[in-house]
Design a protein around this ligand. Structure first.
Ligand code: SF4
Length: 83
């Protein structure tokens, strides 16, 4: 299992939600920002700052551009900005 190595800034924190219902496990999101996603048993999860698998998460503004790319690239529209 992937582990998280690094301290992330939560400046400009944005909340994200992952709906696994239609996730195909294609790993496109992992390829775009591997420190924030992991796929296990065919479904994607976010990795929080402790390396835990979660379905809602906050990431700082440093990640915003790559997260938007992941959102735009996900073929199943699983990832969305909330709040
Ligand atoms: S890009 Fe979308 S469909 Fe593919 S693994 Fe990530 S969340 Fe799932």
């Amino acid at each position: 299992m992937k582990t998280f190595n690094g301290i992330k800034s939560n400046v400009g924190s944005q909340s994200y939600q992952l709906d696994q219902t239609d996730c195909t496990g294609c790993e496109i999101c992992v390829g775009i920002i591997p420190e924030n996603f992991v796929v296990e048993n065919g479904k994607a999860w976010f990795l929080d700052s402790n390396g835990n698998k979660v379905l809602t998460v906050n990431y700082g503004s440093d990640d915003a551009e790559k997260m938007q790319e992941a959102i735009d690239s996900c073929p199943a529209s699983c990832i969305e900005v909330i709040g």
